[in-house]
Design a protein around this ligand. Structure first.
Ligand code: PMT
Length: 400
C-alpha cells in the first residue's frame, strides 16, 4: 500500500475559530504528502486568517461564497462536492456541526456539505463548556450515526484561557484520521493485533539505565498500518517520544520485565503479534535504590538474563500468528532464520542495523522477510510507514 494521500482530492472547510490558523499547517502538510487541496472558508473564518494564505499554499483559489464558487458554467458547490474524495472541516465550530445536524445549508460550506457524496469529517475546536453542552454532544452522536466522521479534540489550555477538552486535534492526528478515512483496504477487519515497539529501560539506579537506540518508529508504523487496515490494535510500548497512533489501545511499559508481564496479559485474546520492540536481553542484577556515587575505581555491574518475551509467546501460541523482528549487524540470514526456528515464529523480518540510513531511529527501513517453510521476500529501502504495509501485505497474503 503506497502513500494513501498521494493524488487524493481533499476539500478543506475552515470555519470561524482561533484554531483556523492551524489549518494552514494542515494544508501545507497534506500538500507535501501528495494530496490536492481546495479550501472553502466561511465568512467568519476569513476574520481569523486571510484567504490569501490558503491560496498561496494550495495554488488554487479559495472558495468563499455560493455565488462566487463557479469555475466556468458549473454549479460551484456541486462541482466542489463531486471533486472531493473527502471533505474535512477543520476547525469545525459548534455552529457548523449544528447546521449539519439540522440540514441547514445557508452558505457555501454548508451547502457543499449537503451536496457531498464523499465522507465529511469534522475536527471540532471550541471552548470546553460549549463542547460539553448536551445539544452539541447530541448533534455529534446523530451525525456519527449518519456516517459523518469526527476527530476528537485534544485537552489542554484553550485560546480563551480555560483548560479542558476543545483544542483542535494535533495536525499529525488529523492527518492520521484523513488517511484512515481514505484507505479503502480493510483486509484486517475483525483481527486483534498486538504490536510491541520501542526500547526497554533497564535501571542501574534511580537516575541511570541501560537501553538501545530504538525510537519506536517501526513498531508505531506497524500499529498505525494495522489500524488503517481495520484491525483492533493493542500497542505495548517502551519509552518513546512518539504520538501514539489513533484508535490504538496503548500500554506504556519501561523494562523488559514490565513489557513481558503486559504482553502476557494481552496475548490470549489476540490473533497476531508483531514483536517490533528492541527488548534488552540483560538487566542489572541488583538495581541500586540510591544514586551510585562515583569513585576513582571502575564500576562493575553484574547483568542477568531478561526473559525472552517472544520465545515465551512461541511456546504458548495456539491460533496466533507470530511475527518477530531481528536486528542484525552481520550474517542476517542465518541469524534471522535461527530466531524464526528457535522462537517458533511464523515470520521474521531481518533488518540490518549497522547503517545509519535505516533501522534504529531512521525514518527508513529495509530488510528481508523470512517465512516459515517458504523462503524469503526482500523489502527494499522505503519509509517505515510503507515498509510496515509491505510486511503486512506479505503476512495477509498467507493467512487469509
Ligand atoms: O524503533 P526503531 O528506531 O524504528 O527501530 C526499529 C528496530 C530496528 C528496533 C526494529 O526494526 C527491530 O529490528 N526490532 C527488533 C529488535 C530486537 O530486539 O531484535 P533481536 O534480534 O534482539 O530480537 C529478536 C526478536 O525477539 C525481536 O522480535 C524481539 O522483540 C524479541 N525479543 C528479544 C529479546 C527479548 N528479551 N525478548 C524478546 O521478545
Amino acid at each position: 500500500m503506497d502513500n494513501i494521500l498521494r493524488g487524493k482530492n481533499i476539500l478543506l472547510g475552515i470555519t470561524g475559530g482561533i484554531a483556523a490558523y492551524k489549518a494552514a499547517d494542515l494544508t501545507s502538510k497534506l500538500i507535501r504528502l501528495g494530496a490536492k487541496v481546495k479550501v472553502i472558508m466561511t465568512p467568519s473564518a476569513t476574520k481569523f486568517v486571510h484567504p490569501l494564505t490558503f491560496q498561496s499554499l494550495t495554488e488554487n483559489r479559495v472558495y468563499l461564497d455560493v455565488f462566487g464558487a463557479t469555475e466556468t458554467y458549473e454549479i460551484g458547490h456541486i462541482s466542489l462536492a463531486k471533486w472531493a474524495d473527502l471533505f474535512v472541516i477543520a476547525p469545525a465550530t459548534a455552529n457548523i456541526i449544528g447546521k449539519a445536524a439540522a440540514g441547514i445549508a445557508d452558505d457555501l460550506l454548508s451547502t457543499t456539505m449537503l451536496s457531498m457524496e464523499a465522507k465529511t469529517v469534522f475536527a471540532p475546536a471550541m471552548n470546553t463548556v460549549m463542547y460539553g453542552k448536551p445539544v452539541l454532544q447530541d448533534n455529534i452522536k446523530k451525525l456519527k450515526e449518519w456516517g459523518f466522521g469526527f476527530i476528537p479534540p485534544g485537552k489542554g489550555r484553550l485560546a480563551c484561557g480555560d483548560w479542558g477538552e476543545g483544542k483542535l486535534a494535533d495536525v499529525g492526528i488529523i492527518i492520521q484520521h484523513i488517511e484512515y478515512h481514505l484507505s479503502s483496504k480493510k483486509d484486517m477487519e475483525g483481527l486483534k493485533v498486538l504490536v510491541t515497539a520501542g526500547p526497554t529501560h533497564e535501571a542501574i539506579d534511580p537516575v541511570r539505565y541501560i537501553t538501545n537506540p530504538s525510537s519506536g518508529k517501526m513498531g508505531y508504523s506497524i500499529a498505525a498500518s494495522c489500524i488503517m487496515r481495520g484491525a483492533e490494535v493493542d500497542l505495548v510500548t517502551g519509552p518513546t517520544n512518539l504520538e501514539p497512533p489513533i484508535n490504538a489501545r496503548v500500554y506504556k511499559t519501561d523494562s523488559a520485565i514490565d513489557m513481558y508481564n503486559t504482553v502476557l496479559k494481552i496475548f490470549d485474546r489476540v490473533d497476531m503479534v508483531f514483536m517490533t520492540a528492541a527488548v534488552a536481553d540483560y538487566r542489572v542484577k541488583e538495581t541500586a535504590s540510591k544514586k551510585i556515587k562515583k569513585t576513582d575505581d571502575s564500576l562493575i555491574l553484574e547483568l542477568v538474563r531478561n526473559p525472552d518475551i517472544l520465545r515465551e509467546l512461541g511456546k504458548r501460541k495456539r491460533r496466533q500468528v507470530l511475527i518477530g523482528f531481528a536486528a542484525e549487524t552481520h550474517d542476517l540470514e542465518n541469524h534471522a532464520i535461527g530466531k524464526l526456528e528457535s522462537k517458533n515464529l511464523d515470520f521474521i523480518l531481518g533488518n540490518d542495523v549497522s547503517s545509519d540510513e535505516s533501522g534504529f531511529g531512521s525514518d527508513l527501513n529495509r530488510g528481508v522477510l523470512f517465512i516459515r517453510g517458504e523462503g524469503s521476500v526482500p523489502i527494499p529501502m522505503m519509509n517505515k510507514k510503507e515498509f510496515a504495509h509491505r510486511i503486512i501485505d506479505e503476512v495477509m497474503k498467507r493467512i487469509r
